[in-house]
Design a protein around this ligand. Structure first.
Ligand SMILES: CC(C)(COP(=O)(O)OP(=O)(O)OC[C@H]1O[C@@H](n2cnc3c(N)ncnc32)[C@H](O)[C@@H]1OP(=O)(O)O)[C@@H](O)C(=O)NCCC(=O)NCCS
Length: 411
């Protein structure tokens, strides 16, 4: 790979394209491009200093620090600073960043004016958030990153990440016939999000719980939405376009679009005494247990381990039911499917924590976006700095060209 991080690195172990069904592509040509594995799985397509996931070790990091350690000891603002500026803030940088980012939670008047029609559109929360952030990017005057220097790009990123909780909360309230609540710059990002959503400042425990969740979900390797954002950044587009594109990818159920399904399972179980029987029924039918399993982590998902503790600290029946259900799934799998050793993933306890913080179920994915916008922005800025377009190829497998164009019939 080149030092600019953008040469597509095709591993020598890549399987050649299957010829079945390939009628038109010249795969035999010595000049044919290499074929990437399905889903680009295992293929390195960029260099990054933002962070990484080591699935086999159950470890992920932001820059050079363990993300779990950051979540246990630092605020979202510290980690937001780390992701964008490449270092944790010192005390005076922290004070300055807290003040500057909090001030920028306030929405420009043009955005406030547009939100009621977006909220009345009948679209889902993620579509509404995309529309709201597209308007916010325009109102902030975001310019194509190709035309903007690094200082201004960073400034744009701080401003865009700052407005996400305000837009999510305002759209939610408008959709429920309530007036949006102005940000309070004396509060941290997590606490103010909950206040703007519910109308009441959260207690210390809930504010800290959500802060931990935001840190844990701010970035996670080269996932689908991050890659989407980087592809858009590679075109030189403005940061708003990158974030709105990434939101589209995040909205899919295979990525971030189904975090409430683990809670649906807890609803179905209802009583801890029923956990074993309900889980056994699902597993016997060959169904997937929501909130279990992960494509990258082989054993424990470190986000789930910490969120399980956060849920226990917050207390409540749900946390207890979740713990009993987790144990039931592990037991039933060991009995019925010893070949399938599944552990909880980030979604299992995230739903419990968010519910306990007073976040409605239909805003779980939008809340994920409140933090992930920081990771997307760091990646988009890193990509934009390379000034290289990501432009892979596809293998044509349709009917062989050039067939004669049929004579047009009728008018
Ligand atoms: C997250 C997930 C998509 C990762 O999957 P993966 O590691 O790529 O594995 P696959 O989807 O290829 O599944 C491999 C096998 O394990 C099974 N499996 C995977 N997760 C399972 C689960 N949660 N419950 C029961 N079986 C599961 C699959 O059914 C499949 O079985 P098969 O080979 O008999 O068809 C998968 O674990 C899943 O669907 N989990 C439930 C949904 C969820 O919690 N999503 C949030 C992810 S953060």
């Amino acid at each position: 790979m080149g030092t600019d991080g953008q040469d597509m690195t095709i591993t020598p172990t890549c399987a050649p394209a299957s010829s079945s069904g390939s009628s038109g592509a010249d795969t035999a040509s010595p000049h044919a491009p290499a074929i990437a594995p399905p889903g680009l799985k295992g293929l390195v397509v960029a260099d990054t200093t933002v962070g990484d996931v080591r699935g086999a070790e159950g470890f992920f990091h932001y820059r050079q620090y363990s993300a779990v350690e950051l979540a246990s000891t630092r605020s979202f603002e510290d980690v937001w600073h780390l992701l964008l500026f490449g270092r944790l803030p010192d005390p005076s940088e922290r004070r300055a960043f807290m003040a500057a980012s909090a001030a920028r939670r306030t929405l420009p008047p043009a955005v406030l004016a547009a939100l009621p029609s977006i909220a009345a559109s009948g679209a889902g929360p993620m579509t509404q958030l995309s529309a709201g952030l597209a308007v916010a990017g325009g109102a902030m005057g975001l310019r194509p990153m190709l035309d903007v220097d690094e200082v201004d790009r960073l400034d744009d990123a701080v401003g865009l990440v700052a407005v996400v909780p305000t837009v999510v909360a305002a759209l939610h309230r408008l959709g429920n016939g309530l007036a949006p609540i102005e940000p309070d710059s004396s509060l941290g990002h997590a606490a103010d999000y909950l206040r703007m959503l519910t109308g009441t400042p959260p207690d210390e425990a809930r504010a800290r719980a959500l802060d931990t969740y935001l840190v844990l979900t701010a970035d996670h390797g080269f996932n689908a939405s991050t890659f989407t954002g980087r592809v858009i950044a590679s075109t030189g587009a403005d940061l708003g376009a990158c974030v709105v594109g990434a939101l589209g990818a995040l909205s899919g159920p295979l990525h971030g679009g189904a975090p409430s399904r683990a809670l649906d399972l807890l609803d179905e179980i209802g009583d801890p005494g029923r956990a074993e029987a309900v889980v056994e029924r699902h597993i016997a039918r060959g169904e997937r247990i929501m909130g279990f399993g992960h494509a990258v982590y082989v054993g424990e998902d470190p986000r789930s381990v910490l969120l399980s503790d956060v849920a226990s600290d917050l207390g409540g029946d749900r946390a207890e039911l979740a713990r009993v259900t987790e144990a039931a799934v592990v037991d039933v799998l060991a009995r019925l499917r010893p070949d399938r050793d599944l552990r909880t993933n980030v979604e299992f306890y995230a739903g419990v924590v968010m519910e306990r913080c007073g976040i409605p179920r239909d805003l779980f994915t939008s809340t994920f976006a409140v933090s992930r916008t920081a990771g997307w922005s760091a990646h988009a800025l890193e990509q934009a700095a390379t000034r290289r377009l990501i432009r892979p190829s596809a293998r044509y497998i349709g009917p062989a060209p050039s067939a004669p164009v049929p004579t047009r019939e009728g008018r």
